[in-house]
Structure formats: C-alpha cells, structure tokens
Design a protein around this ligand. Sequence first.
Ligand code: NAD
Length: 280
Amino acid sequence: NEVPAIRLNNGTLMPQLGYGVFQVPDSEAAHAVGAALEAGYRSIDTAAAYRNERGTGRAIAASGVPREELFVTTKLWNDRSRTWRREDVLGALDDSLGKLGLDHLDLYLIHWPRPMRDDFLTIWKTFEEIAESGRARAVGVSNFRPADLERLGAESPLVPAVNQIELHPLFPQPELRAVHATLGIATEAWSPLGQGKELLTLPAVTEVADRHGRSPAQVVLRWHLQRGNVVIPKSVTPSRIRENLDVFGFELDAADLAALDALGRGPSAGRIGPDPAVFD
Ligand code: NAD
C-alpha cells in the first residue's frame, strides 16, 4: 500500500497521491492535516488563498514526520487587486514559508494564469529565481491553458514541473494532457473526485466499484493513478481520509478504465470549477 512517486522534469520525486486542504478553515486544518499525516499521506497541497497554511504548518510540526519525507505544495495567490511585481512574489513566498514554519517548499505553483492581468511572465521569471535559490525544490503552475503554457515556453527556458488542473472522469482534459506529455509537465488533478457529488453516484462508477468490492471514490482515484495523474483528494472525515489512501491494493482492467473514460462530457460541459480564461 505504498504510494508510488513520479519523477518531475527536474528530477524531484513527488508522491502520486496527496492530501488537499481546500475549504478547510485554519482552525480545523491542524486536525485534518494531522489525521492525513497519521493515516500515512506524505504530500500536502495547500495555497495562500486557502488561508490555512498556519494550521497546516502546525500539523506538520506536531507530526514528527522528518521534513525530507514530506512533499509540501503551496500556491502564490496573485490576487485581483493588482498586477504582481518581483518584490510582491518574493514577499508572498516569505509569508507562506513563515506560516508553514518551513525553510523551503517542495513545490510552488502560480495559482491561476489570470490572462487578463498579463503578469504571469513576470511571476514566472521570479519563480525561476526561487527554483535556483532552492527555496522551492520544484516550481509549476495551476489552471494554465495550452495557450498560457505556450507563452511561458516562448519566454522562459524553465518548463513548469507540474500543471495542477481541474480533472476527473466528467472533465478529462485530453487536450491539456497531450500538451503536458509533449512538454514534460506532470498532470496534477484538482477536484479529482468531482467534489464528491454526481460523479460518485453514476452507474458506470458504482458498477465498477461493486465489482471490485471498493468504494466509488477509490475507483475514481484508481482511474487517475492508472492514467498517470497526480491526485490530491480532500476530506475532513478520518475514515474517508484513510479510504482515499487505500487504493494501491487493486487494479482496474481495460474495460473498467474505458467505462470511466466514456463519462467525459467534452470541452466545457463537465467543468465544475471556474474557467481559467475568465477567472480573475
Ligand atoms: P475533491 O474532488 O477532492 O472532493 C472532495 C469532496 O468529496 C469532499 O469534500 C467530500 O465531500 C467528498 N469525498 C471525499 N472523499 C470521499 C469518499 N471517500 N467518499 C465519498 N465522498 C468523498 O474536490 P476538491 O476538494 O475541490 O479538490 C481536492 C483538492 O484539490 C483541494 O483540496 C485543493 O487542494 C485542490 N484544488 C485546487 C484548485 C486550484 O485552483 N488549483 C481548485 C480546487 C481544488
């Protein structure tokens, strides 16, 4: 039941399954992240925007897990009030590290491209510096579209290690995954369970789950892992936190995978979260 690691394009190893802390209030984050670390998760995905870096840091400190065994991701919140300059980015990194109680991150992501702001190239140039200084072992992006990745590639020699995007069987993002494969970018799926709503009730999912004697969430996570995605399911319920990690003792066959692939709803119909083209 060991979580496999994938090798990012700069050689860094990243656990293929981690724990996401979105929508967990700071006051509950220490407890929730503590339960995840106790269950055996070693990768934690938070963000400045989630306002729970402090609680996450408290759980990390209290866990006693050696720093080198952990993989901690946070994200730059390029908030809507301004266009970001180099100093803003470095200040935001200091702020996140201080709250987390860490001297370096394993992965630092630009949270959204905000193409209408036209500042992600400046931010990425500063991320190059951050990667060089070792204050993040790897840097990447989130919610970047093919056009955004193309723009980065034209301006910077540094290819993002990861693009963290909305991805689940209803919204499988084939175009972006193909671009990632070409460029050597790891695909990390957010809302991997489709936020635990309709997706987990669909017959295609529950039938595969019944056949394997597993839960719908476990089957969906297995689909991601076998398709090569990094996943970061979220739950604050200890039994589900454990269940979502217990996905390495069974395998989907080609027919199971095809049944889940068939749930894709096309370029925009399956999306649950915001559209990066307009999210500001
Ligand atoms: P998710 O797909 O992980 O769904 C989480 C919800 O599913 C839970 O709140 C719960 O209601 C349900 N659930 C969890 N485990 C279950 C189980 N075993 N059985 C039944 N139901 C279960 O959605 P999410 O929280 O939106 O995404 C996961 C993580 O992705 C977040 O915590 C965050 O770290 C990251 N994320 C990133 C972005 C971004 O813009 N980069 C956006 C959204 C989320």
